[in-house]
Design a protein around this ligand. Structure first.
Ligand code: GTP
Ligand code: MG
Length: 195
C-alpha cells in the first residue's frame, strides 16, 4: 500500500455526506486529546494531514481520510472532556453513534487510550460497544513516550484488567512522538483491510 497517497475526502456531519464508496473503513475512537488525529499522521508519516491540538475538542466532525483508495481512516471527535460544552458533546455523541451503528463498511473501530491513565467509564462503554459489534477490540495505547520504562508494563496490565481484556483482543503500544508501534500498526491495518 502506498501511504503517500492519502488525502482527506470530507469532514462529514451527517450520513448524506459520507463518501459514496464501498472500501473498508477503520474508525478511531477515544477521549478528547488522547491522540487519535496524531495516530493518523504518524501512521501516514505526515506532519499535519489530520489537524491536532494540545487543546481538547479539536476534531469536531467525522473526518474521512482516503488511503490509497484501499481504505478510509475515519477520525472521530473525542468524548469525555468537560472543557467541551455539554451541547457540543451531545451533538458529537449523536454523530458518532449514528456513524458507528449504521455504516456497513466499518470493519473495526480502534479504541485509542492514553498509556498513563486507567480507562474511564466512557472508555469501558466504547470498548463494550466495539466488542458487541465486531466480536473483539483493537486497542492502541498511545503516548508511550510519556511513561517511564518501568511503568509501561504495569499500566498496560491495569488497562487490560480494567477493560476485562479478552483473548481475541489486540493491544498495540504506540507513540506518535517516538514512532514506536508504527510498523506494527501498519501490519495490523493491512491484515484487516485485505481480508
Ligand atoms: P480531539 O480531536 O480533541 O479528540 O483529540 P485527538 O485525540 O485527536 O488528539 P490529538 O491528536 O489532537 O493530540 C492531542 C495532543 O496530544 C497534541 O498536543 C499532540 O501533539 C499530543 N500527542 C498525541 N500523541 C502523542 C504521543 O504519542 N506522544 C506525545 N508526547 N504527545 C502526543
Ligand atoms: Mg482529533
Amino acid at each position: 500500500m502506498n501511504y503517500n497517497n492519502a488525502e482527506i475526502t470530507i469532514s462529514a456531519v451527517s450520513p448524506a455526506q459520507y463518501p459514496a464508496t464501498t472500501v473498508p473503513e477503520i474508525a478511531l475512537a477515544g477521549r478528547s486529546n488522547v491522540g487519535k488525529s496524531s495516530f493518523i499522521n504518524k501512521f501516514l508519516n505526515r506532519k499535519s494531514l489530520a489537524r491536532t491540538s494540545s487543546k481538547p475538542g479539536k476534531t469536531a466532525t467525522l473526518n474521512f481520510y482516503n488511503i490509497d483508495n484501499s481504505f478510509f481512516f475515519v477520525d472521530l471527535p473525542g468524548y469525555g472532556y468537560a472543557e467541551v460544552s455539554k451541547a457540543e458533546r451531545e451533538k458529537w455523541a449523536k454523530m458518532i453513534n449514528l456513524y458507528l451503528t449504521t455504516r456497513a463498511q466499518l470493519i473495526t473501530t480502534f479504541l485509542i487510550l492514553d498509556a498513563r491513565h486507567k480507562p474511564t467509564k466512557d472508555d469501558i462503554a466504547m470498548y463494550e460497544w466495539i466488542k458487541a459489534r465486531h466480536g473483539y477490540v483493537n486497542i492502541i495505547v498511545t503516548k508511550l513516550d510519556k511513561l517511564k520504562k518501568s511503568k509501561i508494563d504495569e499500566n498496560i496490565e491495569l488497562i487490560k484488567k480494567t477493560l476485562n481484556f479478552g483473548e481475541n483482543d489486540v493491544l498495540l503500544p504506540f507513540s506518535a512522538q517516538s514512532g514506536i508501534g508504527v510498523s506494527e500498526a501498519r501490519e495490523l491495518v493491512e491484515g484487516l483491510v485485505t481480508q
